[in-house]
Design a protein around this ligand. Structure first.
Ligand code: 3HC
Ligand code: NAI
Length: 698
């Protein structure tokens, strides 16, 4: 018998159990085990029905992603599924945890499916740049109809057991997977129910066969946000084949699509991102088995833009929050914004109608820092001034309970300095969320000099619990993300002085796949903040200063680097801005030149990568993949390009180093010279991926 798949017989019912931790992925051993056990059970004359179930925390969570790109090992999944679907004895999939990708495809090849109430079922392959490659695009539309199938296959999000039941994907919700599956199988036997093979059942395709717009409309809705991605469109084509072609031809079409995607650069990048995200949760230098501290209640200081969003993230995950402000008025304003945000989401159908009230009930608004006393984790999100932060942490030291983790959401400030205000620097760290904090998934976790390992693992664990993606970084100005972004900001500003226009620079950046260009982003954040800070420091930036002097503060005044008409947030090119640029350059005696899109892209991206190399060298990030995770989840870096460091490897580090040297000379900017690490890797013909882990964050 197989190591990872077991066969038992309970009189007439055979039970096939997959037990391959952590997630029962369909490795060659699992495929082979299922194949052998099914063959034996089918051949056993005593057996009347078969149950397929899993041990551990989940049903099969999909193909083994680590096997992609390697030579295939028999048996192929398709072969296993043909054996199962053609079985003359009914097979019941008994699902718990998550039946995902190849896992759900295995269940779809069974004749019946049951699941426990907490189970989730989905085909998330598009999120890995793939499409379901084992019949999912053909069988799921036959099980639930093309509309829901498109939603699940092209969108990639799983559905609940209740939704699966309502739509005919499962037959019953059961208490325990193995016992429930067995009871269901006995019922099949005693009722002599016929086999239900999805491949032979086209009933749910009839409406879309008669009117294909049912399908095309569903695809249009699901691909609205799929800009630049290949997989959602290829997946939709495969579903269309289910409607238009006989089953076997549809399967062939699906296979072709899958094979094309599995070797594509996009899927390689997306698979890399999947593992990078998981790798980022492993904190370099923290001993294995370090236990996170218990977090039952969180206190958040400041109910402004960030504090409110952070509080929402905790309440969304069911964790009680004490939200603390300086005045009743500020508190009321903050609470009001949260309520409005949730109500808007509920009105769009994004959360149940009673969720806003339930979530608000988890948030206890208070005035005065003494109210942190019951919290296991305190997150400070007050104004970005060292003096204010120090005062707050001094008081937290007085009021917080022993062992509470004390975090700052500062964007730039030195956590070591903040920690010194307390007598418990081992409990102090940074938790840098990104705006809007209830939406953006990244949390940069800043490890200060004295932060204790278990405080750090508490921050990582709680971030994951509230559905954020944590990445541990060291202390420096702007940490990883904002420090790299500053390099891009410097270049985008310089490009205006050389002849480029904001809309040209932004177009290059958005065409690359970023959600916004640097100038549209500045307009969103507000130009006046930088202007005031420059004035305080006696620094000039003549074009930005001239725009601010003309009252152009960005979106908030309807004008900035762009104009915004009728309260819209869509940036429109403005000839007045070009005039301001021309006049400023004339005053400075500078001439505009034509700047190519290629130069813009290189000067936007390569200096950031150079800074990433410095960050790695200083050990501020433990691995290049952590930097990529930060850009993917904090700044909307296009997932199909893997992240800046992954992308740099694909461009070639020698080319990047050469171009940086070129721009350093051309623009008389020595800061653009390649960082020593980049230079070394380029000279050795190596990649960032080749670097071993090494870090100050370690
Ligand atoms: N293959 C290989 N390893 C996998 C895996 C997979 N499909 N899914 C998860 N793992 C690994 C993770 O890398 C991680 O390893 P680590 O502990 O060494 O870091 C471990 O399993 C646990 O994973 P998570 O940390 O993600 O555990 P969670 O409990 O948070 O989540 C999960 C579990 C929801 C199953 C999540 O892991 C997940 O979404 N997995 C991917 C599911 C997926 O995309 N399936 C489709 C695969 S493609 C496919 O099936 C093609 C088919 O159509 C032919
Ligand atoms: P904000 O100005 O919107 O909110 C700050 C809130 O803190 C105000 O409501 C204020 O009344 C309150 N506050 C000030 N002192 C307090 C005290 N002693 N006790 C209790 N409440 C107090 O500021 P925002 O934008 O939310 O920023 C907060 C922090 O988050 C800053 O450190 C900022 O750098 C950081 N941050 C901001 C991001 C952004 O995009 N706005 C992104 C990531 C981090």
């Amino acid at each position: 018998m197989s190591e990872v798949v077991k066969l038992e017989r309970h009189d007439v019912i055979a039970i096939v159990t997959v037990d391959s931790p952590p997630v029962n992925a369909l490795s060659a051993a699992v495929r082979g085990g299922i194949f052998e056990c099914m063959k034996t059970a089918i051949a056993d004359p005593e057996v009347k029905a078969i149950v397929l179930t899993c041990g551990g925390r989940t049903f099969i969570a999909g193909a083994d992603i680590t096997e992609f790109g390697k030579p295939p090992k028999p048996p192929g999944l398709a072969e296993v599924l043909v054996l199962m679907e053609n079985s003359p004895k009914p097979i019941v999939a008994a699902i718990h945890g998550t039946a995902l990708g190849g896992g759900l495809e295995v269940a779809l090849a069974c004749h019946y499916r049951v699941a426990v109430k907490e189970a989730r079922l989905g085909l998330p392959e598009v999120k890995l740049g793939l499409l379901p490659g084992a019949g999912g695009t053909q069988r799921l539309p036959r099980a639930v109809g093309p509309e829901l199938a498109v939603k699940m296959i092209v969108g990639g999000d799983p559905i609940s057991a209740a939704e699966a039941l309502k739509n005919g994907l499962i037959e019953e919700i059961v208490e325990g997977p193995a016992s429930g599956g067995e009871a269901f199988a006995r019922k099949l036997v005693s009722e002599k129910r016929p086999l239900r093979r999805l491949r032979d059942d086209d009933s749910k395709l009839a409406a879309a066969k008669a009117d294909i717009s049912i399908f095309t409309n569903a695809v249009a809705a699901m691909t609205k946000k799929a800009r630049g991605l290949e997989a959602p469109f290829a997946a939709a084509d495969a579903v269309r084949a289910a409607i238009e072609l006989p089953f076997d031809e549809g399967l062939k079409k699906e296979r072709e699509g899958f094979l094309k995607l599995v070797s594509s650069d996009q899927s390689k990048a997306q698979r890399y991102a999947f593992f990078a995200e998981r790798e980022a949760s492993k904190i370099a230098g923290v001993p294995d088995g370090t236990k996170p501290r218990k977090v039952d209640r969180v206190a958040i200081i400041g109910a402004g833009t960030m504090g409110g969003g952070i509080a929402m993230s905790f309440a969304n995950a069911g964790i009680p929050v004490t939200l603390i402000e300086t005045t009743d008025e500020a508190l009321k304003r903050g609470m009001g914004i949260m309520q409005k945000n949730w109500e808007a989401t509920a009105a769009r159908g994004g959360i149940p109608a009673d969720a806003p009230a339930k979530r608000m009930a988890l948030i206890d608004g208070k005035v005065g820092l003494e109210n942190v006393k019951d919290a296991d984790l305190v997150i400070e999100a007050v104004f970005e001034t060292m003096a204010v932060k120090k005062e707050v942490f001094g008081k937290l030291d007085q009021f917080a309970k022993p062992g509470a983790v004390l975090a700052s959401n500062t964007s730039y400030l030195n956590i070591d300095e903040i920690a010194k205000e307390t007598k418990r620097p081992q409990d102090v760290l940074g938790m840098h969320f990104f705006s809007p904090a209830n939406v953006m998934k990244l949390c940069e976790i800043v490890r200060a000099d004295k932060t204790a390992p278990d405080a750090l693992s508490t921050a990582v664990a709680i971030s994951r619990k509230i559905a954020k993606v944590p990445a541990v970084v060291g202390v420096c100005d702007g940490f990883v993300g904002n420090r790299m972004l500053a390099q891009r900001g410097k270049q985008s500003e310089k490009l205006l002085f050389e002849g480029a226009l904001p809309q040209q620079v932004d177009a290059v950046v958005t065409k690359f796949g970023m959600p916004m260009g640097p100038f549209a982003m500045s307009d969103l954040a507000g130009l006046d903040i930088g202007w005031r800070s420059r004035k305080d420091r006696g620094i000039k930036s003549e074009i930005a200063d001239a725009l601010c002097e003309a009252g152009r503060f960005g979106q908030k005044t309807g004008k900035g680097y762009y104009k915004y008409e009728g309260g819209s947030r869509s940036p429109l090119s403005d000839p007045d801005v070009e005039k301001v640029i021309d006049e400023t350059l004339q005053k400075l005696g500078k001439k505009r030149r034509t700047v190519s899109d290629e130069e813009i892209l290189e000067r936007m991206m390569y200096p950031m990568i150079n800074e990433g190399a410095r960050i790695l060298e200083e050990g501020i990030a433990a691995r290049p993949s952590d930097i990529d995770v930060i850009w993917l989840y904090g700044y909307g870096w296009p997932i199909y390009r893997g992240g800046p460091m992954f992308w740099a490897d694909s461009v070639g580090l020698k080319h990047i180093a050469d171009r940086l040297s070129h721009y350093a000379k051309e623009t008389n900017d020595p800061s653009l010279e390649p960082a020593p690490l980049l230079k070394r890797l380029a000279a050795e013909g190596k990649t960032f991926a080749s670097l071993a882990e090494k870090s100050k964050a370690a």
